[in-house]
Design a protein around this ligand. Structure first.
Ligand code: MSP
Length: 512
């Protein structure tokens, strides 16, 4: 099996500053990038900004800036957010970069050469906010305004000369592909929606616009710019130096292992993108996962609705790892999740301060007081020690399956369960009563330290910064973290010194 893993986030529209929905997509992608890395995979993790199209052109006009100046200004806020979120991305692509133009125009030329594109006239509905064309039956009139039934966004009537991609001819091959690759689109419920949409018939897709200029030009006709979704989706290839298919990045990382996206952009990724690739004879990505929306008060968070929880403000107030943990643990992955500061505070107190933080603090303070911050030497495991230590090994295959199925909630619930079990172990074994039986005290300490180490490795992809603080006391460096080592019960070297630990998570006072 190939030990390369290519994961992508959607590239974000720099039409306004980033919000929690964007942070969510990025944090989840980072979780997968980090977990694969510690499993020994060579990981390429890509994120970036999607800078062309009418949506951006209009946002720039509204702000009195040229589209490029506007994009430069907002794109940097997304780039900064990836640092604030502690993303381990290898690249940040902007669709206004030269390397991207080159890929998109190359792909266009192939599609044209393969007779997949023809010139005609488009007349129909278009949503600038979604940058999407909609059929008549996907439109409804609300208070005199035409809107998309799917997204609720306003649509406008468009009539202009346009190039079309022969999407209709890919209906059957797409359905065959979905059938042969049952896990190509996840979660299953979303896959079923896509399959029925494709079964209901695909119309050829308008892939160029003539009435505005902010985009990549059709190479053979300068009056047209390439449809922003054909442009944007190609970012996944341009970051690998496509069309240079002999280069190392493309060779190692295409096809992508996982395109992680929100459910609202599933149609583009699971229908248009594979159809473009099939038409250009390029291998298809292995998986598209459409996560749910982060809701605030039952609604999708969005600028137009004014219900944005600002990730940067939340991080300033509570810290990054609490936010990462909360979003990963409390949102049922694949479904929509309603978030609130109140629930975030409960989560910090119950899981991070009382469970994880408490385990680390009490074990290491006990060691400091009684064993001089030394990993004990004389130890002898009994059955209960082996039972709790071996639990990781016994569940190893299942953990790997959770990861490969993107079953994040089962993965993290396993960790929470182990945290409870480890705290209980320390309580029940009462090392403070073993002053006359040093071997037993040493053993309880050794087991507890091993439990902390194993749990930190499992939690590292979720809260990397906090786990590193703990792993560093054992002198384990970030580059040395090895997922498989959770199976080892004697990893920690007896007699070695460990360091003290500072408080990991402060409890939020006055919160029930
Ligand atoms: N530019 C396109 C993506 C092109 S990918 C080739 C786009 N950009 S976006 O900025 O509007 O959205 C980017 C991602 O953020 C999408 O996956 C979208 O689902 C996600 N989110 C935006 N708001 C969201 C929530 N409130 N909740 C969760 N994610 C949502 O679409």
């Amino acid at each position: 099996m190939s030990k390369n893993y290519y994961i992508t986030t959607p590239i974000y529209y720099p039409s306004a500053k980033p919000h929690m929905g964007h942070a969510y997509s990025s944090i989840i992608a980072d979780f997968f990038a980090r977990i694969k890395k510690i499993q020994g995979f060579d990981v390429f993790f890509l994120t970036g900004t999607d800078e062309h199209g009418l949506k951006i052109q209009r946002a720039a006009e509204k702000n009195g800036l040229s589209p490029k100046d506007f994009c430069d200004k907002i794109s940097i806020t997304f780039k900064n957010l990836s640092k604030i979120l502690n993303l381990s991305n290898n690249d940040f692509i902007r669709t206004t970069e030269k390397r991207h133009f080159k890929s998109v125009q190359y792909l266009w030329n192939i599609l044209e050469k393969n007779n997949e594109i023809y010139l005609s006239k488009y007349s129909g509905w278009y949503s600038v906010s979604d940058e999407a064309f909609y059929n008549d039956d996907e439109i409804e009139t609300i208070e005199g305004e035409k809107k998309s039934k799917l997204s609720g966004s306003k649509v406008e009537w468009v009539e202009e000369e346009s190039y079309f991609f022969k999407l209709s001819k890919w209906q059957k091959p797409l359905l065959d592909f979905y059938e042969e690759n049952p896990n190509f689109i996840l979660p299953k419920s979303r896959k079923n929606e896509v399959v029925s949409f494709v079964k209901s018939g695909l119309k050829d897709l308008s892939v160029s616009r003539k009435s505005f200029s902010w985009g990549i030009k059709v190479p053979s006709n300068n009056e047209h710019v390439i449809y922003v979704w054909l442009d944007a989706l190609t970012n996944y290839l341009s970051a690998l130096n496509y069309p240079d298919t002999n280069n190392k990045l493309y060779n190692n990382f295409w096809p992508a292992s996982l395109h992680l996206i929100g459910k609202d952009i599933l149609r583009f990724h699971s229908i248009y993108w594979p159809a473009f690739l099939l038409a250009a004879n390029i291998p298809l990505p292995k998986r598209i996962y459409g996560h749910g929306w982060i809701l605030s008060g039952e609604e999708k968070m969005s600028k137009s609705k004014g219900n944005i929880l600002d990730p940067i403000e939340i991080i300033e107030k509570y810290g990054l790892d609490p936010l990462r943990y909360y979003l990963i643990k409390e949102v049922s992955f694949g479904n929509d999740g309603n978030i609130s500061q109140d629930k975030l505070e409960s989560c910090i107190n119950s899981d991070l301060a009382n469970n994880f933080g408490n385990l680390c603090q009490r074990v290491i303070s006990f060691n400091e007081k009684n064993l001089n911050l030394i990993i004990p030497k004389e130890i002898k495991f009994n059955d209960s020690d082996l039972k709790i230590l071996n639990n990781f090994k016994n569940n190893y295959d299942e953990l790997l399956k959770f990861i490969d199925d993107q079953d994040i909630n089962s993965y993290i619930n396993y960790i929470v369960d182990r945290l409870f079990a480890s705290n209980k172990y320390f309580n029940d074994e009462e090392p403070w009563k073993k002053k006359n039986d040093m071997i037993r005290m040493n053993t309880i300490m050794y087991v507890s330290l091993e439990l902390i180490r194993k749990i930190c490795i499992l939690l590292y992809p979720v809260i990397p910064e906090s786990c590193m603080k703990v792993l560093k006391i054992f002198n384990i460096k970030e580059s040395e973290i090895n997922f498989e080592s959770i199976n080892d019960n004697n990893f920690l070297e007896c007699g070695k010194k460990i360091s003290k630990i500072n408080i990991l998570f402060k409890k939020i006072e006055n919160h029930d």
